[in-house]
Design a binder for this molecule. Structure first.
Ligand code: GLN
Length: 274
């Protein structure tokens, strides 16, 4: 290879790297996914009922929705399980095609990803010890609060932008909601702030010691995140619309959110989706 040609090759390589994998792929992402024969969902599978491990398998509401997205694209679904606060960087490094992780669509995140239409209304719920001091939302003032690192619960309690009306004394951040709950059970934090349905699942397992408060911290909505400018948004929105219109979304949600007594419905929804 002569010098001139080599410089050109190096330059082209540098430019591609500078643009980033996602920027290169974003516009024709749907085509690239179809060509690859698989679509990659990334998530943090510590968020029952949206994504959690059932043995080796990752299951949950978001997985059911993702299966429909894969079906619509006519490709296989692959799931990667990583830390919640790595999801957006991983997507933007081109390691995944979309994030389905009970992720709240916030303006701050919109700087780095595009969100689909909302598919779920959630709220940040307060978990406290039954015999503890926190009996209301206002009681969080000056308390030690456990959260899952990088989540909206973390952002709201940390209150860097001053938008919260509550000033907690300290925020302790954990990789998993379950770890925060363990510290609540051990008396190391006064409360845990986490999304409502995961909160319910966490409390169910220790209902004799902890409880959720009726009063929520904040209200939010979940959406699926794709790289900025990706044409995958339209496909995801179509799937969400179809699931809503056919009543299938309700079926999926109630299968996972029923109080655990309705195993039959859960099985039905997963076999429907398979
Ligand atoms: N909904 C919260 C957020 O987006 C938590 C999501 C999660 O922990 N998977 O930050």
């Amino acid at each position: 290879m002569n010098m001139k040609k080599m410089t050109a090759v190096l330059l082209a390589g540098a430019m591609t790297m500078a643009m980033g994998a996602s920027a290169v792929m974003a516009e024709g992402e749907v085509e690239a996914i179809k060509a690859a024969g698989k679509v990659v969902m990334t998530t943090n599978a510590e968020f029952e009922p949206f994504e959690f491990k059932d043995g080796e398998e990752i299951v949950g509401i978001d997985v059911e929705i993702a299966k429909k997205i894969a079906e619509k694209l006519g490709v296989e679904l692959e799931i990667t399980d990583i830390a919640f606060d790595s999801l957006i960087p991983s997507l933007n490094a081109g390691k995944a095609d979309f994030i389905a992780a009970g992720m709240t669509a916030t303006d701050e995140r919109r700087k780095n990803v595009d969100f689909s239409d909302d598919y779920f209304n959630a709220s940040q719920t307060i978990i406290t010890a039954i015999d503890g001091e926190v009996k209301s939302r206002a009681d969080l003032e000056g308390k030690i609060v456990g959260v899952q690192q990088g989540t909206t619960g973390d952002i709201y309690c940390t209150n860097e932008d001053g938008s919260s009306d509550i000033s907690v004394a300290e925020v302790r951040r954990y990789p998993k909601g379950m770890d925060a709950v363990s510290d609540l059970l051990a008396g190391r934090v006064d409360a845990v702030v986490i999304d409502d349905f995961p909160a319910k699942k966490l409390v169910e397992k220790n209902a004799d010691k902890i409880m959720t408060l009726d009063e929520a911290m904040t209200e939010e909505t979940y959406a699926i995140a794709v790289p900025l400018g990706s044409d995958l948004t339209e496909v995801v929105n179509e799937v969400i619309k179809e699931l809503n219109e056919s009543g299938e979304m309700d079926k999926i949600v109630s299968a996972y959110i029923s109080d655990g007594t309705d195993e039959a419905a859960e099985e039905e929804a997963s076999s429907d989706a398979a």
